[in-house]
Ligand binder design. Sequence first.
Ligand code: PGA
Length: 254
Amino acid sequence: MGGNWKCNGTVEGTRAFATELSGVSLKADVDMYVAPSSLHVCTFRDALSSQVEVAAQDCWKGPCGAFTGEVSAQMLRDAGVTRVILGHSERRTLCGETDLCVRKKVIDALANDLVVSLCVGETARARADGTAVGFCITQLESVMNHVPVSEWYKIIVVYEPLWAIGTGIAAEPETVQQMHAAIRKWLAEHSCVEQAAEIRITYGGSINRTNYRDYVHLDDVDGFLIGGASLSYADFIEICMGSSAGMKTFESEL
Ligand code: PGA
């Protein structure tokens, strides 16, 4: 379960959120991370005393050096950050990140021992013209083909269709399951079924406290990356607590 705060937050609000989170005891089957802005990462880390992990929303594509405005994976790791979101569609579309750029970032992040949330997702046009799966698989393979299979477990695949992010219109559960199954199939074909089953595939795009239950029972949905709703502590906690694998089992038994 991840929270992506994007370009939001204040020092005081970040501290208050982390302090509240510190009182939460997570179920054993829930991994939780929050990605504040890079400005607020250390504030968040310092106020946090729980199993929740601190993530970055992006990192530079290589080692430290003369790269004005950038933060490298090595610097993140040094600051106690354990995860990084890479390939988010807002980075791809607003900042011009190519598949090659995303690949370089993933490789450097893994080399610095960061767990990567790798975002893939199709445009509205690709969804409309029936090429959504191919669109996402191209993004996926442009990274995974260059990472040794033995390291795939350090990558969480995040399916985030562009048309569902921040729009209030989440992809239909059936659409999400189909895409996640296609991603898992690709992973299995390029490793093995057992390994593909271990890789977490999470969904992001207008998940909130009223709709998340429609997704938790889906076979290939292993969690969420939550944007807007993660800015509210109450909403984020409700979604995270309600999405544990335990609830998935419980629901599927009904
Ligand atoms: P959203 O964003 O939940 O606000 O749609 C998700 C994301 O971009 O990670």
